[in-house]
Design a protein around this ligand. Sequence first.
Ligand SMILES: [Zn+2]
Length: 446
Amino acid sequence: MLRASRFTFPAHNQSEMAANLPPSPESIAYIVDDLRPQVTAFLQELVRSPSLPNREGPVQEIIAAKLRGLGLAVETLTTRFDALAGHPAFDDDGFSPDSRVNVVGRWKGSGAEGGQGSLLLNGHVDVVSPGDPSLWSDDPWSGSLRDGRIFGRGSCDMKAGLTAGIFAIEALHRLGYRPARDLLLSSVIGEESGGVGALTTIVAGVRADVVVVLEPTNGAICPVQAGALTFRLTVQGRAAHGAMKSEGVSAIAQFLPLFQAIEALDLQRHRDYTTAIYPNPANVAPISIGTIRGGEWHSTVPEAVVVEGRCGVFPGESPAQVRALLAATIAETASAHPWLAAHPPRLEWFEGQFESCATPLDHPLLTTLAAAHRQVHGTEPPVQGVPYGADLRLFVVHAAMPGVLYGPGDVRLAHAANESVGVEEVMDAMKTIAGMVVGWCGVHTD
Ligand SMILES: [Zn+2]
């Protein structure tokens, strides 16, 4: 395809710039489409940097350099566990605390300090392991482009979202736009393992009026997020030779009524929760058993069972309420079984303890974002709750920043082999994000 060798602004844009008018959706679309080769190459470059936990440094350097090149004031914030340890949302993810850097770029608004209308775009650079490489068609870090899609671990979750946010800024920059209020973009580490990167920025005082976390939502606006708590349940039995089964008490058999009670609790909680914005009302904040380890030997009656799982937190529910409810269910079930009544199961909460969060559906951020989406797609965006956790909760619950998840890509492709994202999805997200920035941050006046 022939491309113009030098970019020229459409005529209507020149008059917009002269009069400090907001860039029109048409001029945003024009510039975004012109940036397609750069957007594709940048996303490929990000994917080719295998930013597993503790190895996020190189990709953060790419992002910091890009933001500096756009004229943003760039700050790097090192995640230090000693600085986070006292925070209620701190969760030691077991990775080195001092070698992981977060990047915050600020496009200073021309308006007065402290006014309404600042915006934070946020994304994470850490990725989960690619798993078995033989399940991938290409190398998991190939960043290869095929049939309009970019492949590789992290392409969808969520280097596409970060790319869309960064290039939305570039598009606006090229249009001569200047925000009236601050526009921030933060690229953080450690989201997949609990959020120490986003928490670092919060503890450092990085704030805006609202936040858009650019996770893959397939173009849906997601203001509501369930939480999840990790638990361990230990059930005691009494060991005996398998040939003398009647002398022992199987901990596995004793666990079964508890398992049924937990499953029944999960069903009942979903029946009691009425929601209009979860696509699947039976899967909002599930309780799911992940591991069961029991017994020592095939011919020994098992002495103990250790079960680990995740317990969902519904939007509007506190972690303390959920912990109390699961504890009560276990205690009640145990009291009805003679052995369990005499040998009460032990319930512990460990590792991830993630709150749910919700931003009101009538918040002006949703209205502004929906208007920008409509300009690009011609249709209303779906407004949905999500059953999984992400950094959004940290901003909403611990930084008093209302926010939503919104970004390109399908979360069902995340964390899987042959993860990919469509370039067109990234382009559409860029147009929407740019339109939202203009609508939310406003246009500078001299
Ligand atoms: Zn993610």
